[in-house]
Design a protein around this ligand. Structure first.
Ligand code: RB5
Length: 147
């Protein structure tokens, strides 16, 4: 498993806290920034992560902004990306089991670091259930060709 993570300025601290979780678990990851707290545009960072995940370079992506909303909207514009904004471990489990989500989006201004760590762990350790859900994910993929 290889993970890529990024944030904007409003997600910087939570991203750093999540990086510590990945280090503790000895999981391979790349952090593509930003490195300073200066204001940046979240779509630029969503693009980096979404393109890399869609290209198969990483198993999962993690994107953090103030709410997680902008990151999820931006990431889901890329073909093959299923980005899920999660605020609970239940949502993270469902995002993996039912939606085969490949990017986790989190809001630093919405949830605390403790909750976010639990969400990340659940997201990374839950498998896609397949079966009837595979057909639905395929239907999402078909919708991409309508663009
Ligand atoms: C930045 O102020 C904020 O708009 C951004 O982090 C995010 O919450 C957007 O959805």
């Amino acid at each position: 498993m290889k993970i890529i993570l990024a944030s904007d300025h409003a997600g910087l601290e939570l991203r750093q806290a999540l990086r510590a979780v990945l280090q503790e678990k000895s999981l391979a990851y790349d952090d593509v920034g930003p490195t300073s707290p200066e204001s940046v545009d979240y779509p630029d960072f969503a693009k980096k992560v979404a393109r890399a995940v869609a290209a198969g370079e990483y198993t999962f992506g993690v994107l953090v902004c103030g709410t997680g909303i902008g990151m999820s909207i931006a990431a889901n514009k890329y073909r093959g990306i299923r980005a899920a904004l999660c605020g609970t471990e239940f949502e993270a489990r469902m995002a993996r089991e039912h939606n085969d989500a490949n990017i986790l989006c989190l809001g630093q201004r919405v949830i605390g670091a403790g909750v976010a760590k639990g969400i990340l762990e659940t997201f990374l350790t839950t498998a896609f259930a397949g079966g009837k859900h595979a057909k639905r994910v395929q239907l999402i993929a078909e919708a991409e060709s309508e663009r």
